[in-house]
Structures are given as structure tokens and as C-alpha cells.
Design a protein around this ligand. Structure first.
Ligand code: ASP
Length: 327
């Protein structure tokens, strides 16, 4: 565990007060991480293939929005990734239900939740953003929209995921809290050569969740938030916790006030821990990842399990271990 809660809180407040007053936006010293040169893409967990797909777009001078969509589609299509898209672990009724959202540099956004039978919810979310006057479609409505847009319906429950579900049914114990293997949402953020910042987030949600449960991943401000003038943040882990503190939006707002992405991610995790208390929070796997418009990266998690993948001209698909509150 870190230094006692009250001490780190005092230390944080002292540093953030200093940085907020003495340094201009995105230029704070205390927590500053080395800025990467553009273009940049970062994604939650070990996702080199997703980063490679996004990087292909960015290297061709493409748009960050296309990069994050292409990146997110990689785990969505991978049957061996059991927490995103095709092959995702089902809810307790055996249904694979998907959530996703996407957001661009002007804060245009689109989202779908509780979607069944479509492997690429991120592209449906983008279609919601670009082709409707709405931000979010859910369930049958989202599926009807997907069909009208020409998305192909398919079965998403693989033999392996069905087997895992049947095994789970024997005890029916819902213990998502400290089990990263059961919740590895991809959140992906990209800054393109023109300085545009975009993000995407896609998941099958917590394995064996209640039917109808929606987590943070499709909620703008919780699982993802982008402000093209400031920075972007995304999340993975127990989604109820990120919703409670509007996690990704809070991080971007902290960055706007002058905190580095690293300091902002740390404050969001500490905020959550203050609300939950350390004993309970130890059981909660929650992680945030952030990127500023100046190319600084931040990552922080409750417990010591989180890693992320970074691609920039200096670092090609590097998997980096995040710092955490509990060691
Ligand atoms: N955040 C996701 C959710 O709560 C789970 C995950 O990160 O894998 O649905």
C-alpha cells in the first residue's frame, strides 16, 4: 500500500495547489511525464495489435477518429479476447451484450449500450455520432439502427465463452472485483499529426453481470471523455466505480486546471478510494489512462495489475506497467 491516505492526500493537495497557481495549463512540474512526439496512440492493457491498426492510420497522416475506431475493432473481432466484442463472456443468462462509445476533438460523440448480435459496436457508435441527432442508442433500438446501417448480424457467443459461462453457472458466484481476466475493456486514445485528439472505448462488460447491466464504457464522461483543447481519458475495471465519480470527465477537468495526466489519474483513483474506504477499495480493480494535447501520458490504478500499450515515434507498441495505489 502507498503512504498513509491522509499523508498522500495532503501531499497531493499541496502539489496540486502549487501547480494550479504557478504553472500554465499542461505544463506542471511535480508529476510531469515525458511528453511523446505526435502522433501518439495509447490503449488500456496489452493491445499491440490494436495499437498497430491505429498506428497505420496515424502514420498515413490519417485522422485520430479513424485510428481509434480501427484500433478498437481489433479486439472486437478477436474471439480469444473474452472481454470485448466477438467471444466476450456473456451475462448470467448467457447473452453477450456489448457497450461502446467514441468521441472526437470537437466533443462530438456516439454511444451504444446493451447491443446483442453485432461484433463491432464501436462502428455502430460512430454511426450514431455521424448519422443521427442523438448521442446514445441502447438495446433493440441500437440493433435496429445497426441493421438499417447495413451492419451484419452474427452470433457472438463462442464455444469457449459458453463453456466458461456453464462452468460459472455451477456456483453462480459473481466476483468481478479482483479479476482482471474478466474485465479487460479496451479504451484507446489517439493524437494525430494535426493535433486532433480522439478516443474510443468498447467492452462486453463485466463477465456474468445481471442481464441489462450497463457499465461505464459507453457512458460519455465515465468510461471515456475527450476535450480537444485539453486532453482525453478512458477507464477500465469495475464500471460502477467510474460512473460514480464521472471518472474520465473528472480527469480531463483536472487537466484543464493544470494537472498533468498522471496527477489527474492519481487524483481520480484517490477520490474513489476516499469515497469507498481503503478496505473496500482494495477489492476494486479500477484503472485510468489519460493523454494531454501536448502528448503527455498518465496512468494509475487501484491495484497493481494494470498495464497499457503506447505507440509514438519513439516507442513502438511498448507495454508499460502502470503505477498503482495499492502495491
Ligand atoms: N469497465 C467495464 C465495465 O464495467 C469492464 C472492464 O473494464 O472490462 O463494463
Amino acid at each position: 500500500m502507498n503512504s498513509p491516505h491522509s499523508t498522500s492526500r495532503r501531499k497531493f493537495l499541496k502539489i496540486s495547489a502549487l501547480t494550479a497557481t504557478a504553472f500554465p495549463l499542461s505544463n506542471v512540474g511535480a508529476f510531469a511525464t515525458e511528453a511523446q512526439n505526435k502522433p501518439i496512440v495509447i490503449s488500456t492493457w496489452r493491445n499491440p495489435d490494436a495499437n498497430a491498426a491505429a498506428w497505420k492510420v496515424l502514420q498515413a497522416n490519417g485522422r485520430a477518429l479513424d485510428a481509434v475506431e480501427q484500433g478498437a475493432r481489433v479486439p472486437e473481432a478477436n474471439p480469444n479476447d473474452t472481454s470485448v466484442g466477438y467471444g466476450g463472456l456473456p451475462d448470467r443468462e448467457g447473452c453477450v451484450t456489448l457497450d461502446a462509445c467514441i468521441m472526437d476533438e470537437k466533443s462530438n460523440c456516439g454511444s451504444v449500450a446493451f447491443v446483442q448480435g453485432y461484433k463491432h459496436p464501436i462502428s455502430i457508435a460512430r454511426a450514431v455520432m455521424e448519422k443521427t441527432q442523438h448521442v446514445m442508442l441502447v438495446g433493440k433500438g441500437a440493433e435496429k439502427f445497426a441493421a438499417a446501417q447495413g451492419f451484419k448480424k452474427q452470433k457472438l457467443l463462442t464455444k469457449e465463452s459458453e463453456k466458461a459461462w456453464k462452468e460459472w453457472l455451477k456456483k453462480s458466484e459473481y466476483k468481478p472485483y479482483h479479476n482482471p481476466g474478466q474485465h479487460d475493456t479496451i479504451g484507446i486514445l489517439a493524437l494525430d499529426s494535426n493535433g486532433n485528439l480522439c478516443g474510443a472505448c468498447t467492452t462486453s462488460g463485466m463477465a456474468f453481470k445481471m442481464h441489462g447491466r450497463v457499465g461505464d464504457s459507453p457512458i460519455i464522461g465515465a468510461g471515456l471523455y475527450v476535450d480537444g483543447e485539453v486532453g482525453a481519458a478512458t477507464a477500465t475495471g469495475v464500471g460502477e466505480e467510474m460512473i460514480r465519480i464521472a471518472g474520465s470527465n473528472s480527469i480531463v477537468e483536472l487537466m484543464r486546471q493544470g494537472l498533468t495526466p498522471q496527477a489527474a489519474c492519481e487524483e481520480a483513483i484517490k477520490r474513489l478510494i476516499r469515497k469507498r474506504g481503503e478496505e473496500r477499495a482494495k477489492e476494486l480493480s479500477v484503472a485510468f489512462l489519460a493523454l494531454s494535447v501536448t502528448g503527455e501520458v498518465g496512468a494509475y490504478s487501484t491495484n497493481d495489475v494494470f498495464e497499457y500499450t503506447l505507440t509514438s515515434p519513439e516507442k513502438i507498441h511498448s507495454v508499460i506497467r502502470s503505477d498503482s495505489y495499492f502495491k
